[in-house]
Write a protein of this length. Sequence first.
Length: 472
Amino acid sequence: GEVATMMDVPITKVISVCMSLGIMVTMNQRLDAETLTIVADEFGYEVEFITTDIEEAIQVVEDKEEDLVHRAPIVTVMGHVDHGKTSLLDYIRKENVIAGESGGITQHIGAYGVTLDNGQKIAFLDTPGHEAFTAMRARGAQITDIAIVVIAADDDIMPQTKEAINHAQAAGVPIIFAINKVDKPTANPEKIKERLAGMNLLVEDWGGKIQSHDISAKTGLGVKDLLEKVLLEAEILDLKANPEKAAVGTVVEAFLDKGRGYISTVLVQGGTLKLGDYVLAGKHHGKVKAMHDERGNSIKVAGPSTPISILGLDGAPTAGDKFSVFQDEKEAKQIAAKRTQLMREQSVRTQRHITLAEIGRRIALGQFKELNIILKGDVDGSVEALSDSFSKLSTEEIQINIIHKGVGAITESDVLLASASDAIIIGFNVRPSASARQLADKEEIDIRNYSIIYDAIDDLKDAMEGMLSPEM
Ligand code: GDP
């Protein structure tokens, strides 16, 4: 409809051109770039695409190999509720203080850094859980290098343990298991490892490659060794950054302090942030008036993998917003204004995520190679049956990935994962919660509900062949 108006031709003509291309559309349907180009060409128009990716507007400095130096790993702690995520983060916060510095970390700024005895550093994100992790990813920010998945040894692999594992894997972030609460007499770490093996997750003791360590977040037993393993994993990942450039990074949290103004915690990912730098973060900007670390110390420079709270922005950016430093204040302000405008337009215009109805067309256009599916069902049997059948539908052209499956209602966390991984959600005899439904509408995530296994399989098959009839 919108395209027809722009070209000043009847809507029916646009629809019939689409039909002649084998594309069934309605007037409210959005067309992808290729289709738009072809349709416009039919009417003698040329399409000019204006980038909505604002990051392109910002000059990306390519780092030279010789400028890169090692940087500390950035770690997120995940796991089932009550398995000890907070306790672990608290223990590390209290015990691992920089040599010679008295007292632990006093400020909660959303992230903190620790220095081990050997001088090596690790940065922790202080909001545990895979929801926060995936919410960041859904906003286009991946800052976590390594995920510690905490599992209570006196319990079992629980639904949120599985979720955490799947969310980390969907992001391609390596996992280290922390088998917790081994101080308890009822703890059975071997059972946990056996269960993990049953899920095809082989830890070292079981001859696998995944690191794991038995710990007690309460007594601190094994925590130091766990951190050593984090450093080992980091070494394998060969994490590097260029400290010698204007800083870039991601916002971890931000809030308004009544006395001091907007305080934002950022994680520097490249370059070095300096006092007095002019910063653009999301749609907010300002000169860095003060910087503090998690110990409340005033800081003048912050290099890669350093979490730091800054004072001076003209508002509170959102967690997951990127930040960058500008030489020129005017330029930063212009980009901030452009971003605000683009965000407004983007929210009404773009179709951001894949839908089942779109798949066939995208496959036909040859650019769609992988379909990510999140599968939720009422019982384990049907989830497994569907997951098997879906996987078997993979063809040479398209690979089907079940990035997460589980028993229970479709939750916000599922929708976030779909958004972060461009997946569709299939529910079998389960419905989304009200909040999940709302989020799915906002993020434009396709949720399909089925109660007959063959219907689900047929729909997916039809969609892949571009034969799915539009939903009524
Ligand atoms: P979270 O929900 O994963 O953040 O879990 P918490 O850190 O809040 O821990 C849940 C409960 O388990 C709390 O009562 C903790 O004191 C307890 N807990 C955590 N770690 C350990 C541990 O290593 N040993 C024992 N005995 N209790 C623990």
